[in-house]
Write a protein that binds this ligand. Structure first.
Ligand code: ATP
Length: 382
Protein backbone atom coordinates (compact mmCIF):
# COMPACT_ATOMS: atom_id res chain seq x y z
CA UNK A 1 0.00 0.00 0.00
CA UNK A 2 1.27 3.51 -0.86
CA UNK A 3 2.28 5.48 2.20
CA UNK A 4 0.88 8.99 2.42
CA UNK A 5 0.88 11.99 4.73
CA UNK A 6 4.47 13.27 4.64
CA UNK A 7 4.78 16.40 6.79
CA UNK A 8 7.35 19.15 6.54
CA UNK A 9 7.63 22.14 8.84
CA UNK A 10 9.93 24.90 7.58
CA UNK A 11 11.08 27.45 10.18
CA UNK A 12 7.70 27.43 11.92
CA UNK A 13 7.27 30.00 14.68
CA UNK A 14 4.20 30.59 16.84
CA UNK A 15 3.90 33.58 19.09
CA UNK A 16 0.99 34.07 21.54
CA UNK A 17 1.40 37.68 22.73
CA UNK A 18 4.68 37.67 24.66
CA UNK A 19 4.93 33.86 24.69
CA UNK A 20 7.11 32.28 22.03
CA UNK A 21 5.40 28.86 21.96
CA UNK A 22 7.28 27.51 18.91
CA UNK A 23 10.68 28.88 18.02
CA UNK A 24 11.61 28.43 14.34
CA UNK A 25 11.08 24.66 14.18
CA UNK A 26 11.98 22.67 11.06
CA UNK A 27 11.23 18.97 10.82
CA UNK A 28 10.34 16.24 8.35
CA UNK A 29 8.01 13.31 9.02
CA UNK A 30 8.17 10.82 6.13
CA UNK A 31 4.83 9.55 4.70
CA UNK A 32 3.25 6.67 6.64
CA UNK A 33 5.26 7.27 9.80
CA UNK A 34 4.16 6.83 13.41
CA UNK A 35 5.60 9.94 15.03
CA UNK A 36 5.44 10.99 18.70
CA UNK A 37 5.90 14.53 19.93
CA UNK A 38 7.36 14.16 23.41
CA UNK A 39 8.28 16.76 25.98
CA UNK A 40 7.41 18.27 29.35
CA UNK A 41 4.26 20.30 29.94
CA UNK A 42 4.31 23.65 28.14
CA UNK A 43 7.07 22.75 25.66
CA UNK A 44 4.78 23.40 22.68
CA UNK A 45 3.62 19.93 21.60
CA UNK A 46 -0.07 20.77 21.33
CA UNK A 47 0.66 24.06 19.56
CA UNK A 48 2.71 22.20 16.95
CA UNK A 49 -0.03 19.59 16.53
CA UNK A 50 -2.73 22.22 16.08
CA UNK A 51 -0.71 24.00 13.40
CA UNK A 52 -0.31 20.75 11.44
CA UNK A 53 -4.03 20.00 11.90
CA UNK A 54 -5.16 23.41 10.67
CA UNK A 55 -6.69 24.49 13.99
CA UNK A 56 -4.07 27.23 14.31
CA UNK A 57 -1.76 29.07 11.90
CA UNK A 58 1.95 29.79 12.41
CA UNK A 59 3.13 33.35 12.98
CA UNK A 60 5.93 32.60 10.50
CA UNK A 61 7.17 29.65 8.45
CA UNK A 62 5.45 27.02 6.30
CA UNK A 63 3.60 23.73 6.87
CA UNK A 64 3.59 21.24 3.98
CA UNK A 65 1.68 17.98 3.62
CA UNK A 66 2.79 15.66 0.83
CA UNK A 67 4.87 18.48 -0.59
CA UNK A 68 2.08 21.11 -0.75
CA UNK A 69 1.85 24.13 1.52
CA UNK A 70 -1.36 23.90 3.56
CA UNK A 71 -1.21 27.33 5.17
CA UNK A 72 -4.66 28.89 5.39
CA UNK A 73 -6.46 25.63 4.48
CA UNK A 74 -9.10 24.16 6.83
CA UNK A 75 -8.47 20.60 8.16
CA UNK A 76 -10.74 18.92 5.58
CA UNK A 77 -8.78 20.50 2.71
CA UNK A 78 -5.42 19.61 4.31
CA UNK A 79 -6.32 15.95 4.64
CA UNK A 80 -5.88 16.01 8.41
CA UNK A 81 -8.10 14.68 11.19
CA UNK A 82 -7.69 15.06 14.92
CA UNK A 83 -8.53 12.69 17.74
CA UNK A 84 -8.88 14.38 21.10
CA UNK A 85 -8.01 13.16 24.58
CA UNK A 86 -11.67 13.08 25.65
CA UNK A 87 -12.69 11.43 22.31
CA UNK A 88 -15.52 14.02 22.08
CA UNK A 89 -18.11 11.41 21.05
CA UNK A 90 -21.73 12.58 20.82
CA UNK A 91 -23.43 10.91 23.80
CA UNK A 92 -26.90 10.75 22.25
CA UNK A 93 -25.78 9.25 18.92
CA UNK A 94 -25.18 5.55 18.29
CA UNK A 95 -21.70 4.36 17.38
CA UNK A 96 -22.79 4.10 13.75
CA UNK A 97 -24.09 7.70 13.70
CA UNK A 98 -20.99 8.97 15.55
CA UNK A 99 -18.78 7.39 12.90
CA UNK A 100 -20.98 8.56 10.02
CA UNK A 101 -21.17 12.12 11.39
CA UNK A 102 -18.25 13.59 9.44
CA UNK A 103 -19.71 12.20 6.20
CA UNK A 104 -23.08 13.78 7.01
CA UNK A 105 -21.35 17.16 7.45
CA UNK A 106 -19.82 16.65 4.01
CA UNK A 107 -23.23 16.00 2.45
CA UNK A 108 -22.83 12.26 1.77
CA UNK A 109 -26.25 10.59 1.25
CA UNK A 110 -27.63 8.54 4.15
CA UNK A 111 -27.42 5.06 2.60
CA UNK A 112 -23.85 5.64 1.46
CA UNK A 113 -22.65 7.06 4.78
CA UNK A 114 -24.19 4.17 6.70
CA UNK A 115 -22.48 1.72 4.38
CA UNK A 116 -19.09 3.41 4.83
CA UNK A 117 -19.59 3.71 8.60
CA UNK A 118 -20.34 -0.03 8.86
CA UNK A 119 -17.18 -0.79 6.86
CA UNK A 120 -15.12 1.44 9.10
CA UNK A 121 -16.61 -0.10 12.26
CA UNK A 122 -15.68 -3.47 10.85
CA UNK A 123 -12.08 -2.34 10.33
CA UNK A 124 -11.80 -1.34 13.99
CA UNK A 125 -13.58 -4.57 15.04
CA UNK A 126 -16.58 -2.67 16.43
CA UNK A 127 -19.38 -3.46 13.96
CA UNK A 128 -21.13 -5.52 16.62
CA UNK A 129 -21.54 -2.32 18.66
CA UNK A 130 -23.06 -0.15 15.87
CA UNK A 131 -26.36 0.44 17.71
CA UNK A 132 -24.95 1.23 21.14
CA UNK A 133 -24.43 4.73 22.50
CA UNK A 134 -21.00 5.73 23.94
CA UNK A 135 -22.12 5.34 27.59
CA UNK A 136 -22.61 1.62 26.89
CA UNK A 137 -18.95 1.17 25.86
CA UNK A 138 -15.70 0.62 27.76
CA UNK A 139 -12.91 3.23 27.53
CA UNK A 140 -11.02 1.13 24.98
CA UNK A 141 -14.14 0.64 22.86
CA UNK A 142 -14.86 4.38 22.94
CA UNK A 143 -11.36 4.98 21.70
CA UNK A 144 -11.94 2.66 18.74
CA UNK A 145 -15.12 4.54 17.86
CA UNK A 146 -13.29 7.86 18.11
CA UNK A 147 -10.58 6.46 15.85
CA UNK A 148 -13.15 5.20 13.34
CA UNK A 149 -14.85 8.58 13.35
CA UNK A 150 -11.55 10.34 12.60
CA UNK A 151 -10.49 7.88 9.90
CA UNK A 152 -13.77 7.82 7.94
CA UNK A 153 -12.81 10.95 5.99
CA UNK A 154 -9.67 9.18 4.70
CA UNK A 155 -7.18 11.67 6.17
CA UNK A 156 -3.52 11.59 5.12
CA UNK A 157 -2.50 12.58 8.63
CA UNK A 158 -4.15 11.67 11.92
CA UNK A 159 -3.24 13.87 14.87
CA UNK A 160 -3.74 12.39 18.32
CA UNK A 161 -3.59 14.59 21.41
CA UNK A 162 -2.69 12.47 24.46
CA UNK A 163 -4.91 9.65 23.10
CA UNK A 164 -4.18 7.20 25.92
CA UNK A 165 -4.27 9.43 28.98
CA UNK A 166 -7.93 8.73 29.82
CA UNK A 167 -7.32 4.96 30.02
CA UNK A 168 -6.15 2.84 32.93
CA UNK A 169 -2.69 1.23 32.81
CA UNK A 170 -3.85 -2.10 31.41
CA UNK A 171 -5.93 -0.60 28.60
CA UNK A 172 -3.22 1.93 27.82
CA UNK A 173 -0.78 -0.84 26.99
CA UNK A 174 -3.36 -2.65 24.89
CA UNK A 175 -4.52 0.45 23.03
CA UNK A 176 -1.07 1.71 22.17
CA UNK A 177 -0.50 -1.58 20.33
CA UNK A 178 -3.87 -1.10 18.57
CA UNK A 179 -2.98 2.42 17.49
CA UNK A 180 0.28 1.21 15.97
CA UNK A 181 -1.56 -1.60 14.17
CA UNK A 182 -4.16 0.81 12.75
CA UNK A 183 -1.49 3.21 11.57
CA UNK A 184 0.24 0.40 9.68
CA UNK A 185 -3.03 -0.86 8.25
CA UNK A 186 -4.11 2.55 6.95
CA UNK A 187 -0.62 3.51 5.70
CA UNK A 188 -1.06 7.14 6.81
CA UNK A 189 0.98 9.32 9.16
CA UNK A 190 0.06 9.43 12.84
CA UNK A 191 1.37 12.28 14.99
CA UNK A 192 0.76 11.43 18.64
CA UNK A 193 1.37 13.93 21.44
CA UNK A 194 2.45 12.53 24.79
CA UNK A 195 4.49 13.48 27.81
CA UNK A 196 5.07 9.82 28.71
CA UNK A 197 8.52 8.61 27.66
CA UNK A 198 7.68 4.88 27.73
CA UNK A 199 4.60 5.42 25.57
CA UNK A 200 6.57 7.34 22.93
CA UNK A 201 9.41 4.87 22.61
CA UNK A 202 7.07 1.86 22.60
CA UNK A 203 4.86 3.11 19.81
CA UNK A 204 6.77 5.53 17.59
CA UNK A 205 9.15 5.05 14.68
CA UNK A 206 10.10 8.72 14.94
CA UNK A 207 10.33 10.39 18.37
CA UNK A 208 10.61 14.18 18.45
CA UNK A 209 11.85 15.38 21.84
CA UNK A 210 10.92 19.00 22.47
CA UNK A 211 11.73 21.63 25.04
CA UNK A 212 10.86 25.33 25.18
CA UNK A 213 9.36 25.47 21.70
CA UNK A 214 12.33 23.79 20.05
CA UNK A 215 13.29 20.29 18.93
CA UNK A 216 16.19 18.78 20.86
CA UNK A 217 16.35 15.49 19.02
CA UNK A 218 14.31 13.85 16.25
CA UNK A 219 15.31 10.22 16.06
CA UNK A 220 14.22 6.60 16.16
CA UNK A 221 12.93 5.33 19.51
CA UNK A 222 16.21 3.50 20.06
CA UNK A 223 18.15 6.59 19.03
CA UNK A 224 16.63 8.84 21.70
CA UNK A 225 16.98 6.14 24.37
CA UNK A 226 20.38 4.73 23.57
CA UNK A 227 22.20 7.66 21.97
CA UNK A 228 20.72 10.87 23.35
CA UNK A 229 22.45 13.95 21.95
CA UNK A 230 22.19 16.23 24.96
CA UNK A 231 22.21 16.08 28.75
CA UNK A 232 18.58 17.25 28.61
CA UNK A 233 17.40 14.37 26.37
CA UNK A 234 19.42 11.80 28.38
CA UNK A 235 17.83 13.00 31.63
CA UNK A 236 14.33 13.49 30.22
CA UNK A 237 14.11 10.11 28.47
CA UNK A 238 15.70 8.44 31.49
CA UNK A 239 17.38 5.06 31.74
CA UNK A 240 20.77 6.82 31.80
CA UNK A 241 23.20 8.22 34.35
CA UNK A 242 24.63 11.59 33.35
CA UNK A 243 28.07 12.63 34.61
CA UNK A 244 30.45 15.47 33.83
CA UNK A 245 34.07 16.36 34.52
CA UNK A 246 37.01 18.43 33.37
CA UNK A 247 39.38 17.08 30.71
CA UNK A 248 42.69 16.01 32.29
CA UNK A 249 44.29 14.60 29.15
CA UNK A 250 43.47 13.16 25.72
CA UNK A 251 45.09 10.06 24.33
CA UNK A 252 44.27 7.24 21.90
CA UNK A 253 40.89 8.71 20.98
CA UNK A 254 39.71 9.02 24.59
CA UNK A 255 39.49 12.01 26.92
CA UNK A 256 40.12 11.38 30.61
CA UNK A 257 37.78 13.48 32.78
CA UNK A 258 37.95 14.19 36.49
CA UNK A 259 35.06 15.42 38.63
CA UNK A 260 35.22 17.56 41.79
CA UNK A 261 35.52 14.41 43.98
CA UNK A 262 38.49 13.05 42.06
CA UNK A 263 36.46 10.34 40.25
CA UNK A 264 37.87 9.77 36.78
CA UNK A 265 35.95 8.75 33.66
CA UNK A 266 36.85 8.27 30.03
CA UNK A 267 34.77 9.49 27.12
CA UNK A 268 35.43 9.22 23.36
CA UNK A 269 37.43 12.38 22.59
CA UNK A 270 35.52 13.19 19.37
CA UNK A 271 36.86 15.37 16.60
CA UNK A 272 38.15 17.97 17.28
CA UNK A 273 39.44 16.67 20.59
CA UNK A 274 38.72 18.89 23.62
CA UNK A 275 41.36 21.02 25.32
CA UNK A 276 42.60 20.24 28.80
CA UNK A 277 40.38 21.93 31.40
CA UNK A 278 37.21 21.89 29.25
CA UNK A 279 34.09 20.34 30.83
CA UNK A 280 32.63 17.31 29.06
CA UNK A 281 29.49 15.24 29.75
CA UNK A 282 28.66 11.60 29.30
CA UNK A 283 25.89 9.10 29.86
CA UNK A 284 25.95 5.45 30.84
CA UNK A 285 22.88 3.24 30.69
CA UNK A 286 21.59 2.15 34.07
CA UNK A 287 21.53 -1.47 32.93
CA UNK A 288 25.20 -1.45 31.97
CA UNK A 289 26.51 -0.80 35.48
CA UNK A 290 28.24 -3.34 37.71
CA UNK A 291 28.02 -2.84 41.45
CA UNK A 292 29.99 -4.16 44.41
CA UNK A 293 29.70 -3.57 48.17
CA UNK A 294 32.72 -1.92 49.78
CA UNK A 295 34.17 -3.01 53.11
CA UNK A 296 35.03 0.60 54.05
CA UNK A 297 31.71 2.41 54.74
CA UNK A 298 33.44 5.82 54.78
CA UNK A 299 34.84 5.53 51.21
CA UNK A 300 33.79 8.44 48.99
CA UNK A 301 35.65 7.77 45.78
CA UNK A 302 37.37 5.03 43.87
CA UNK A 303 40.84 5.12 42.32
CA UNK A 304 39.68 3.02 39.38
CA UNK A 305 38.78 4.89 36.18
CA UNK A 306 35.07 4.66 35.15
CA UNK A 307 33.60 4.20 38.61
CA UNK A 308 31.84 6.14 41.36
CA UNK A 309 31.30 5.42 45.04
CA UNK A 310 28.14 6.20 46.96
CA UNK A 311 25.58 4.99 49.47
CA UNK A 312 22.54 2.92 48.54
CA UNK A 313 19.43 4.82 49.61
CA UNK A 314 16.80 2.67 47.96
CA UNK A 315 16.40 -0.69 46.24
CA UNK A 316 13.30 -1.49 44.23
CA UNK A 317 12.54 -4.96 42.94
CA UNK A 318 11.30 -4.73 39.33
CA UNK A 319 10.97 -8.42 38.46
CA UNK A 320 13.81 -9.11 36.03
CA UNK A 321 16.05 -6.47 37.60
CA UNK A 322 16.54 -4.52 40.81
CA UNK A 323 16.73 -0.75 40.64
CA UNK A 324 19.46 0.40 43.03
CA UNK A 325 19.45 4.13 43.74
CA UNK A 326 22.79 5.38 45.03
CA UNK A 327 23.50 8.83 46.47
CA UNK A 328 26.92 10.15 45.46
CA UNK A 329 28.88 12.24 47.97
CA UNK A 330 27.83 15.49 46.23
CA UNK A 331 24.14 14.52 46.62
CA UNK A 332 23.60 13.52 42.97
CA UNK A 333 21.62 10.36 42.31
CA UNK A 334 23.19 7.47 40.39
CA UNK A 335 21.13 4.43 39.44
CA UNK A 336 22.23 0.87 38.69
CA UNK A 337 19.70 -1.60 37.30
CA UNK A 338 21.13 -4.94 38.34
CA UNK A 339 19.90 -8.24 36.93
CA UNK A 340 17.88 -9.95 39.69
CA UNK A 341 20.05 -13.09 39.81
CA UNK A 342 23.24 -11.05 40.17
CA UNK A 343 21.71 -8.76 42.78
CA UNK A 344 20.33 -11.50 45.02
CA UNK A 345 23.60 -13.46 44.93
CA UNK A 346 25.00 -10.74 47.23
CA UNK A 347 22.26 -8.19 47.88
CA UNK A 348 23.12 -4.59 48.76
CA UNK A 349 21.01 -3.03 51.50
CA UNK A 350 19.97 0.54 52.09
CA UNK A 351 22.89 2.37 53.75
CA UNK A 352 25.60 0.14 52.22
CA UNK A 353 28.56 1.85 50.58
CA UNK A 354 29.03 0.55 47.05
CA UNK A 355 31.22 1.12 44.03
CA UNK A 356 29.46 1.31 40.65
CA UNK A 357 31.62 0.72 37.61
CA UNK A 358 31.24 0.47 33.86
CA UNK A 359 33.33 -0.27 30.80
CA UNK A 360 34.74 2.50 28.60
CA UNK A 361 32.67 1.11 25.67
CA UNK A 362 29.42 1.72 27.58
CA UNK A 363 29.99 5.49 27.65
CA UNK A 364 28.16 7.87 25.36
CA UNK A 365 29.26 11.47 24.94
CA UNK A 366 26.69 14.31 25.37
CA UNK A 367 26.38 17.97 24.52
CA UNK A 368 25.54 20.07 27.54
CA UNK A 369 21.99 21.45 27.47
CA UNK A 370 19.76 21.72 30.49
CA UNK A 371 16.11 22.58 30.81
CA UNK A 372 14.06 24.26 33.51
CA UNK A 373 12.13 20.97 33.57
CA UNK A 374 13.11 18.93 36.64
CA UNK A 375 14.54 15.88 34.91
CA UNK A 376 15.53 14.19 38.16
CA UNK A 377 11.93 13.09 38.59
CA UNK A 378 10.81 12.94 34.98
CA UNK A 379 12.78 10.14 33.35
CA UNK A 380 11.69 6.58 32.82
CA UNK A 381 12.34 3.98 35.45
CA UNK A 382 14.35 1.62 33.29
P1 ATP B 1 0.90 20.23 27.85
O1 ATP B 1 1.62 18.91 27.83
O2 ATP B 1 0.78 20.81 29.25
O3 ATP B 1 -0.41 20.19 27.12
P2 ATP B 1 2.27 21.43 25.58
O4 ATP B 1 3.65 20.96 25.40
O5 ATP B 1 1.24 20.84 24.70
O6 ATP B 1 1.86 21.30 27.10
P3 ATP B 1 1.38 23.98 24.52
O7 ATP B 1 -0.06 23.82 24.93
O8 ATP B 1 1.69 23.82 23.09
O9 ATP B 1 2.32 23.02 25.39
O10 ATP B 1 1.86 25.43 25.00
C1 ATP B 1 3.12 25.97 24.70
C2 ATP B 1 3.22 27.38 25.29
O11 ATP B 1 2.32 28.26 24.61
C3 ATP B 1 2.84 27.45 26.77
O12 ATP B 1 3.69 28.40 27.39
C4 ATP B 1 1.40 27.93 26.73
O13 ATP B 1 1.08 28.63 27.91
C5 ATP B 1 1.39 28.83 25.52
N1 ATP B 1 0.08 28.86 24.85
C6 ATP B 1 -0.54 27.82 24.23
N2 ATP B 1 -1.71 28.19 23.69
C7 ATP B 1 -1.87 29.51 23.99
C8 ATP B 1 -2.89 30.49 23.70
N3 ATP B 1 -3.97 30.19 23.00
N4 ATP B 1 -2.69 31.74 24.18
C9 ATP B 1 -1.57 32.06 24.88
N5 ATP B 1 -0.58 31.20 25.17
C10 ATP B 1 -0.71 29.93 24.73
Amino acid sequence: MAQIGGIELANVTKQFGDTLAIDSVSMIVPPGTYCCLLGPSGCGKTTLLRMIAGHDEPTAGDVLIDGQSVLGLPPAKRGTAMMFQSYALFPHLTCLDNVAFNLKVRGVAKAERRKQAHEMLDRVQMDGFADRVPAELSGGQQQRIALARSLITNPKVLLLDEPLSALDEFLRLQMRGNLRQMQKEFGITFVHVTHTQMEAIAVAELVIVMDHGQIDQADSARGVYDTPHTTYVARFIGGQNVLGGKVVRVESGAALLEDARGNRFTVPSGDPAPDTGETRYLSIRRDWIEMEKLADPSATHSDAVNSVVGKVWMTEYQGTWVKVSITLPDGEEFVANINDGTFFANPAREGDTVVARWSAEAVHSLEHRESSFDTSRGGMQA
